[in-house]
Design a protein around this ligand. Structure first.
Ligand SMILES: Cc1cc2nc3c(=O)[nH]c(=O)nc-3n(C[C@H](O)[C@H](O)[C@H](O)COP(=O)(O)OP(=O)(O)OC[C@H]3O[C@@H](n4cnc5c(N)ncnc54)[C@H](O)[C@@H]3O)c2cc1C
Ligand SMILES: NC(=O)c1ccc[n+]([C@@H]2O[C@H](COP(=O)([O-])OP(=O)(O)OC[C@H]3O[C@@H](n4cnc5c(N)ncnc54)[C@H](OP(=O)(O)O)[C@@H]3O)[C@@H](O)[C@H]2O)c1
Length: 475
C-alpha cells in the first residue's frame, strides 16, 4: 500500500481548473501548508492568466488590477505550474484529471450571461454586457464582435457595478480611455462613438441599488458626461425610507446622498449624459430589423415574505427611443462535461466547496469548487479569498482522512507527457511573463500603459518566435 500523498516522495497532486482570483486564492491556501508537500497544476483555457481581473475589471481601474502581483508570487512559488491554452472539456476530460490528480478544484467562474426573457431581446443592437466587457478588455472570444456606436442613445439595464462600468466606458472621452489599457480597437471605435445619452435602468429604487458608492461618485467626475437624476426618482419611497431608518446599510445611505446631490446640482452642459432611472423594468425591446426603442414599466416596491423590498409593475409604461441595449443583469455559470451542475443556479452543487453529486446524493471524493462557479456570480475579488480558503480547508481535511482520488499516474512527468500530446502549444507562466513584457513594451511605444494581445494566434506567434530565437534547455 502506498503512503498518504503529501510527502516529498509522494506529493499531493492538486489540479486547479481556471486562473481567476478564486483559483489563485485556493493555491495560496495550499501553499501555506508546511506539513505537506503539494504540487499544484493550474489549467487555463486562455494563454493569459487572472480570469476577470484581466477580462472583466474595467480598464480605468488600474489599481484593482495590481492584485495580480499577489497572484504572480503564487505562480512563481515552488511546486506550482501554469498550463495556459488548455481547456477542460476540449484538450482533456474529467476522466483524464482523475488519472493524474489526487484532488481537483474547479475555479472556472461564470462564463455566460443571464437573459431577461422579454420580446425583442435578440434584435440586432441588443447585447449582453458580458460581450461588451470582453470586447473592450481584449478577450479573444469577443474581440471580433461589433457594436453600433453610431447609436446616440443607449440603455444599460441593471444597477450592479458591471452596469456602472459599461455606462462609464460608454460615456468616457477618448483622452480618459487612452490613459488605460483598453483594447486598441475598442479605443478607436469608442473615440468615434456618437453616443450622447446613456440610460441606466434600475428595477428597484436608489436604496436597493447593487452598485457601490465609489463607482457612483465616479460618474460625477467624468470629463465629458453629466449625471442626470430627477429629485423625484432620487427621493426614497415610504417603504425604503422606513427600511433605511430601521437598518444600518451605510452603502445605501451614501448612494442616496450622492444621488440627491446629483439631482440638486443638475447637469453642467457636458456633451454626454448618463440618465439614471429607478423603479423601472424593461418589458419589450422594440424594432423591426434592429433596436429602435425600449418599453419600460414603472415599478412599485412591496415587502416580500423574506423582508426584502421587491419590485412589481404598475400600469404606467413609457417608451424610450434607444438604438443600443446592454443587459447587465448578471453572469451565469456553464456546465463542465462530466461534472455535476445545477442548471437553475448556474453553479456546481457543493457543501462548503466539496462537490456534491445530487443524483446520489453524496459528495464526490477529491472534487472541489471555488469562486463564482461555487456560489454564483457575485462578490468582489476579495470575496473569493475566504471562499477559496474554506474549500481548500475541506480538501486538506479530506487529504488527512485519506478520502481523495486514487489516481493511476500521480506524477508531473506523466501529466506533462500526456498534456503535450493533447495540446502541443501550452503556455507556461514564463511564456505569459514574456507576453506581459511585450504588451507593456507595445504600450510604452505609443504612450499607453499596455497594448493587450487579443488574438490567441498572435500570442502563440510571439512565443513561437521567441522560442526559435532562444531554444529551450533540452532542445
Ligand atoms: C465586468 C466585471 C468587472 C469586475 N470588476 C471588479 C472590480 O473592479 N473589483 C473587484 O473587486 N471585483 C470585480 N469584479 C468581480 C471579480 O472579477 C470576481 O469576483 C472574480 O473574478 C471571480 O473569480 P473566479 O475565479 O470565480 O472567476 P473568473 O475570474 O471568471 O476566472 C475563471 C477562469 O477560468 C477559466 N476557465 C473557464 N472555463 C475553463 C475551462 N473549461 N478550462 C480551463 N479554464 C477555464 C477562465 O478563462 C477564467 O480565466 C468584476 C466582475 C466583472 C464581471
Ligand atoms: N468596481 C467593482 O468593485 C466591481 C465592478 C464590477 C463588478 N463587481 C462585482 O461583480 C459582481 C457581479 O456584478 P453584476 O453587476 O454583474 O451583478 P449584481 O451586482 O448582482 O447586479 C445585477 C443587477 O441586475 C439587476 N437585475 C437582475 N435581474 C434583472 C432583471 N430581470 N431586470 C432588471 N434588472 C435585473 C439586479 O437588480 P436587483 O438588485 O433588483 O436584483 C442588479 O441591479 C458583483 O458582486 C459586483 O460588485 C465589482
Amino acid at each position: 500500500m502506498t503512503s498518504q500523498p503529501g510527502t516529498p516522495g509522494n506529493p499531493l497532486r492538486v489540479v486547479i481548473v481556471g486562473s481567476g482570483p478564486s483559483g489563485f486564492y485556493a493555491a495560496d491556501f495550499l501553499q501555506k501548508q508546511t506539513d505537506l508537500t503539494i504540487e499544484i497544476d493550474m489549467l487555463e483555457r486562455l494563454p493569459t492568466p487572472y480570469g476577470l481581473v484581466r477580462g472583466g475589471v474595467a480598464p480605468d481601474h488600474p489599481k484593482i488590477k495590481s492584485v495580480t502581483k499577489v497572484y504572480d508570487k503564487i505562480a512563481t512559488s515552488p511546486g506550482f505550474r501554469f498550463y495556459g491554452n488548455v481547456t477542460l472539456g476540449e484538450d482533456l476530460t474529467h476522466d483524464d484529471l482523475l488519472r493524474y490528480y489526487h484532488a481537483i478544484i474547479y475555479a472556472v467562474g461564470a462564463q455566460t450571461d443571464r437573459q431577461m426573457g422579454i420580446p425583442g431581446e435578440d434584435l440586432p443592437g441588443s447585447h449582453p454586457a458580458t460581450e461588451f466587457v470582453g470586447w473592450y478588455n481584449a478577450h479573444p472570444d469577443f474581440r471580433d464582435l461589433t457594436f453600433d456606436l453610431n447609436a446616440e442613445r443607449v440603455a444599460v439595464i441593471g444597477n450592479g457595478n458591471v452596469a456602472m462600468d459599461v455606462a462609464r466606458i460608454l460615456a468616457s472621452m477618448r483622452d480618459e480611455l487612452a490613459k488605460t489599457d483598453i483594447a486598441d480597437y475598442a479605443l478607436e471605435a469608442l473615440s468615434r462613438s456618437r453616443v450622447r445619452e446613456v440610460y441606466l435602468l434600475g428595477r428597484r429604487g436608489p436604496a436597493q441599488a447593487a452598485f457601490t458608492n465609489p463607482e457612483l461618485k465616479e460618474f460625477g467626475e467624468l470629463e465629458g458626461a453629466d449625471v442626470v437624476v430627477t429629485a423625484e426618482e432620487a427621493e426614497l419611497d415610504p417603504l425604503s425610507s422606513a427600511a433605511m431608518v430601521a437598518g444600518d446599510d451605510r452603502m445605501a445611505e451614501r448612494n442616496v446622498q450622492t444621488l440627491l446631490r446629483f439631482a440638486a446640482e443638475g447637469p453642467a452642459g457636458k456633451p454626454r449624459r448618463i440618465i439614471m432611472r429607478f423603479l423601472v423594468s424593461p418589458v419589450e425591446i422594440i424594432g423591426t430589423d434592429r433596436v429602435e426603442a425600449i418599453k419600460i414599466v414603472k415599478n412599485e416596491l412591496y415587502q416580500a415574505d423574506d423582508g426584502s423590498l421587491r419590485p412589481r409593475p404598475t400600469d404606467q409604461t413609457e417608451i424610450l427611443p434607444v438604438d443600443l441595449v446592454f443587459r447587465s443583469i448578471g453572469y451565469m455559470g456553464v456546465a463542465l462535461p462530466g461534472v455535476p451542475f445545477d442548471a437553475r443556479k448556474g453553479v456546481i452543487p457543493n457543501a462548503q466547496g466539496r462537490v456534491i453529486d445530487p443524483s446520489v446524493p453524496a459528495t464526490v471524493p477529491g472534487e472541489y469548487v471555488v469562486g463564482w462557479i461555487k456560489r454564483g456570480p457575485s462578490g468582489i475579488i476579495g470575496t473569493n479569498k475566504p471562499d477559496s480558503y474554506e474549500t481548500a480547508g475541506m480538501l486538506l481535511e479530506d487529504a488527512r482522512a485519506g478520502k481523495l482520488i486514487e489516481p493511476a499516474e500521480p506524477t508531473r512527468e506523466a501529466f506533462e507527457a500526456f498534456i503535450r500530446r493533447q495540446q502541443p502549444e501550452i503556455v507556461s507562466f514564463e511564456d505569459w511573463e514574456l507576453l506581459n513584457q511585450a504588451e507593456l513594451a507595445n504600450g510604452a511605444a505609443v504612450g499607453r500603459p499596455r497594448i493587450k494581445f487579443s488574438r490567441v494566434e498572435d500570442m502563440l506567434g510571439v512565443l513561437a518566435q521567441h522560442h526559435e530565437q532562444a531554444p529551450q534547455a533540452g532542445d
